[in-house]
Ligand binder design. Structure first.
Ligand SMILES: Nc1nc2c(ncn2[C@@H]2O[C@H](COP(=O)(O)OP(=O)(O)O)[C@@H](O)[C@H]2O)c(=O)[nH]1
Ligand SMILES: [Mg+2]
Length: 330
């Protein structure tokens, strides 16, 4: 196990000190902060408040694609190239299949071990299942911790299945879609609109047959889509994560997307949408918490509804009044 993947789940007794140490680059403290945010511990809100003003300068890169296309291999290779540029890089790998970190991600960690002794690389796996609100709830908090701690690039790697690939858009400034030849490219591309959300598309395993055909087909699909003048058109690159082929072009394309969208204002609007989603998800969570705290009242109202004594609309307003969200009954 790499030290950077430390789960750091021990309780935070002194959030101020842990934050200070994390900001100085202590990986163990950084891991602890992420755990606190992930576990919704009492310190989470204080940590979030303290770090929010320090965040906003990292480039958040989302990487998604079908299992086995080479996301982890590519991520590891990209980390190496970014490090050569002197950038500090954090990776959050989201594992939807496991309620715990480890397990399926162990292989990924092994692959990432070449970076494990590098102080300027942070690698963390997060479980998606069992999280309140799935990915959307804890991931922005984890990204904020890493952003505030001075990582220049924060990579979020998610398996492109179901909701995750759509979620990744909400976290990332730049979304990289990975495909591989011979995996039913058109199906991969169309599935859940992967192409719709991609800012950069890469066909990995270009050392394998069918890669250039896959690229041609994807290019045709991309160019068939209308793009407003001045808007970004996703490039389709061919790479081989194991050979290193095309990777420096990929690094360049990711950087270009950031520069171009920063200049056009698209980056700012994407970040505003992300903030709106986070605020609304936090508000929703607080709201559900209050309903939970009033479960006795809810039960009592429900009994009156089933007894025909009260209609559900009036009951809902009564509950809202109880929670303090409505002044008086309408
Ligand atoms: N031939 C070839 N194999 C690759 C390449 N990139 C990754 N692989 C292999 O594909 C398998 C899945 O890679 P992995 O990075 O775990 O995929 P992930 O599930 O998308 O994270 C591994 O056995 C890799 O060694 C590549 O460029 N060429
Ligand atoms: Mg992987």
């Amino acid at each position: 196990m790499t030290s950077s993947a430390a789960s750091g789940s021990s309780r935070i007794t002194d959030p101020e000190e842990t934050v200070a140490r994390a900001l100085q680059g202590d990986r163990r403290s950084q891991a602890r902060l992420i755990s606190a945010v992930e576990e919704r511990s009492e310190a989470a809100e204080a940590i979030g408040r303290r770090l929010a003003p320090l965040a906003g300068s990292a480039h958040i890169v989302g990487i998604t694609g079908a299992p086995g296309v080479g996301k982890s291999t590519t991520t590891s290779a990209l980390v190496g190239l970014w490090r050569k540029q002197g950038l500090r890089v954090a990776v959050v790998a989201i594992d939807p299949s496991s309620p715990f970190t480890g397990g399926a991600l162990l292989g990924d960690r092994v692959r990432m071990t070449e970076h494990s002794t590098d102080r300027d690389v942070f690698i963390r796996s997060m479980a998606a299942r069992g999280q309140l609100g799935g990915l959307s709830a804890a991931t922005p908090g984890a990204i904020r911790v890493l952003d505030a701690c001075g990582f220049d690039v924060v990579v979020v790697e998610t398996v492109g299945v179901g909701q995750n690939e759509v979620d990744v858009v909400r976290f990332a400034d730049t979304v990289l879609i990975l495909m591989a030849p011979g995996m039913g490219d058109r199906i991969q591309a169309n599935k859940a609109g992967l192409l719709e959300i991609g800012d950069v598309i890469a066909v990995n395993k270009s050392d394998r047959p069918g890669a250039s055909a896959a690229r041609r087909e994807l290019r045709a699909m991309i160019s068939a889509k209308p793009v407003a003048p001045g808007d970004w058109r996703p490039p389709v690159l061919g790479i081989s994560a194991t050979d290193g082929k095309g990777l420096s072009e990929l690094v360049d394309a990711i950087a270009e997307h950031y520069t171009a969208t920063a200049a056009s204002g698209q980056l700012a609007s994407r970040r505003a949408a992300r903030a709106a989603a986070e605020v609304s998800s936090l508000a929703e969570e607080a709201f559900m918490g209050r309903i939970d705290a009033n479960s006795e009242k809810l039960k009592e109202l429900a009994t009156r509804v089933t007894g025909g004594e009260l209609d559900p609309y009036t009951a809902a307003h009564t509950l809202l009044t109880e929670i303090g969200l409505e002044r008086e009954m309408r």
